[in-house]
Design a protein around this ligand. Structure first.
Ligand SMILES: Cc1ncc(COP(=O)(O)O)c(C=O)c1O
Length: 454
C-alpha cells in the first residue's frame, strides 16, 4: 500500500511550504495514525511529533475527551451557517473564551485559520476608525521578522522576506520596526545593558505618523516563524504603553502561543497587557480541526452596532465560520484544561525541558539556546564567536530534518533554527527521550552541513 500511496501522492498532491523536487528521488513520510506525542507511518515506525504538527497539537494526538465532544456534536449537528443562525457549541465556546481572556475583551468573531484571525483584526481596526470619524488612520505597523499568515493582508505585514518577497508588488505598504532579536541585538546591547533601545524606532515612528496608524500587530513574546526569536515580557509591556499613548490599536497574534504553550494560558499574561484584538487559532481546537477566533472589546464592537441603514455591518465571513464540530473540539480542549489541569503541572515540566536544553549550548556550532515554556530553540552558527550564519544554499536544516527522521523525530528546522514546540501534555520522560535523540542528531558534526571544513 505504501508504494501505491507514494505514487498517487506524487502524481496528484502539492504540499505546502515544500519544494516538491526534494521528493523526486525520496519518499514522503506518510503518516497512518497518531497517539499522544507519537506519529506512526505505514510501516509502523514511530516518530515524536516534536513540533506539534505545525504548533497546534496541544494535549497530544487523539485525546479521548476531545474525540468524545466531537462525536457527540457529529450526532447532533454537522454544520450550519453562523449568519442569522447560531448553535450551542459556538455560543458556549464564545462564553468560555471570554471567561479565560482578559476582562476588557468581550466579543468573539470566528473564522477558520490563523491568517484569517489576523486579517479580521486588520479589517475591523480599519473599519472602526472610519466609523469613529478618523478615516486617516489606515496604516499598520509590524515587526521585522513578524509572521501573521499567508493571505495578502497578513503577507503585507509579514517580515520574513523569504516567504513573501515574490508577492511584494501586490502587497500594501506597512511600517516595520526592528525585531527584538536579543541574540543579535540591532542596538548592539546585551542582557545587562539593555534599556529596550530597540523600541526607539517605534517611538519615533509613532511620534511622526501616529495619527495615520490604525493598528500595530505583534506576536507576544516570541516571533515564531521568523526564527523563534524570544524576547522579554517587559519589551511587550513597553511597546503596548507606547502604542496606546498614540491611540493606536494593539493586535496580539497569539495564533501560535495561545492556550498554554508558553506556560500561561496566553503569552500576554507574562506582560499583563490587554490588546484591542486577540487572534487565536491552531491550539484553539487542540489541533483537531481548523478554527480561529478574533476577540475584541466592547468599544470596538459598539462602533459597528447601529441601525441597518447606517451601514456599519462588518462584511466579513467564511463559509465554515464557527463550524459546530470545530467548536465542539475547542470545548473539548477547554474541558481537558478543567479536568486535567495541565497548567498546574507545567512549571515543573517546563523547568525540566529548559534544563535539558542547556546542554546544547556546549556545542561549538550552537550560537544560542532560547526557551519559552514548552518551546525551545537552538540557533546554529558557523562560528560561535562571530555568529556567522549558514547561507540559504547550505540548507543546514534539511540534513537535520533527515537525520531527525532516522532518530524517530519530526524536527523541521526553520533554516538554521532547530526547535521543539511540544504539546503541553508532554511528560518529563518524553522530554528526556526527545532531547536525547535531538542530541544524537545535533552533536554529530557530520550532520551539520555547511560547517567550515565539511
Ligand atoms: C503567529 C502566527 N500567526 C498566524 C499564522 C497563520 O496561521 P495559519 O497557518 O493557520 O493561517 C501562524 C502560522 O504559523 C503563526 O505562527
Amino acid at each position: 500500500m505504501s508504494s501505491d500511496l507514494q505514487e498517487i501522492d506524487k502524481k496528484f498532491l502539492w504540499h505546502p511550504y515544500t519544494q516538491m523536487h526534494d521528493y523526486a528521488e525520496r519518499d514522503l513520510l506518510i503518516i497512518d495514525r497518531a497517539d499522544g506525542l507519537m506519529l506512526y507511518d505505514l510501516d509502523g515506525r514511530s516518530y515524536f511529533d516534536t513540533i506539534s504538527s505545525w504548533w497546534c497539537i496541544l494535549h497530544g494526538h487523539n485525546h479521548p475527551t476531545i474525540k468524545m465532544f466531537m462525536h457527540r456534536q457529529l450526532d447532533r449537528l454537522d454544520h450550519v451557517l453562523l449568519a442569522g443562525t447560531s448553535h450551542e457549541a459556538a455560543i458556549r465556546l464564545a462564553e468560555k473564551l471570554i471567561a479565560i481572556t482578559p476582562a476588557d475583551l468581550t466579543r468573539v468573531f470566528y473564522s477558520d485559520n490563523g491568517s484569517t484571525a489576523c486579517e479580521v483584526a486588520l479589517k475591523m481596526s480599519l473599519q472602526y476608525w472610519r466609523h469613529r470619524g478618523q478615516p486617516g488612520r489606515k496604516r499598520f505597523i509590524a515587526l521585522e521578522r513578524g509572521y501573521h499568515g499567508d493571505t495578502i493582508g497578513t503577507m503585507s505585514l509579514g517580515g520574513v522576506p523569504d516567504f513573501h518577497k515574490e508577492f511584494a508588488e501586490i502587497l500594501f505598504t506597512s511600517f516595520t520596526v526592528p525585531s527584538p532579536y536579543c541574540y543579535r541585538c540591532p542596538m548592539e546591547q546585551d542582557q545587562l545593558s539593555c534599556q529596550l533601545e530597540c523600541l526607539q524606532p517605534l517611538a519615533e515612528l509613532l511620534e511622526m505618523e501616529g495619527a495615520h496608524i490604525a493598528a500595530m500587530i505583534v506576536e507576544p513574546l516570541i516571533q515564531a516563524a521568523g526564527g523563534m526569536r524570544i524576547y522579554p515580557a517587559r519589551y511587550l509591556e513597553r511597546l503596548a504603553g507606547l502604542v496606546r499613548h498614540y491611540g493606536v490599536h494593539l493586535i496580539f497574534d497569539e495564533v501560535a502561543t495561545g492556550f498554554g504553550r508558553t506556560g500561561r494560558m496566553f503569552a500576554l499574561e507574562h506582560a499583563g497587557v490587554t490588546p484591542d484584538f486577540l487572534c487565536l487559532s491552531k491550539a484553539l481546537t487542540a489541533g483537531m480541526l481548523p478554527m480561529a477566533a478574533t476577540i475584541t472589546s466592547e468599544e470596538i464592537y459598539q462602533a459597528f452596532y447601529g441601525d441597518y441603514a447606517e451601514n456599519r455591518t462588518f462584511y466579513h465571513g467564511h463559509t465554515f465560520t464557527g463550524n459546530p464540530l470545530a467548536a465542539a473540539a475547542a470545548l473539548g480542549s477547554l474541558q481537558v484544561f478543567a479536568e486535567e489541569k495541565p497548567l498546574a503541572r507545567l512549571p515543573a515540566v517546563i523547568a525540566h525541558l529548559h534544563r535539558k536544553m542547556a546542554r546544547f549550548g556546549e556545542l561549538p556550532w550552537v550560537g544560542e539556546v532560547r526557551c519559552l515554556g514548552m518551546i525551545a530553540a537552538i540557533e546554529l552558527v558557523k562560528n560561535k564567536r562571530t555568529k556567522e550564519e549558514f547561507t540559504f544554499a547550505e540548507r543546514v536544516g534539511w540534513q537535520i530534518y533527515l537525520k531527525g527522521l532516522e532518530q524517530g523525530l519530526i524536527l523541521r528546522p526553520l533554516s538554521n533554527i532547530v526547535y521543539l514546540w511540544l504539546p503541553i501534555s508532554t511528560t518529563t520522560a518524553e522530554i528526556d527521550e526527545i532531547t536525547e535523540r535531538t542530541w544524537l542528531v545535533l552533536a554529530d558534526a557530520d550532520n551539520i552541513k555547511g560547517l567550515p571544513g565539511r
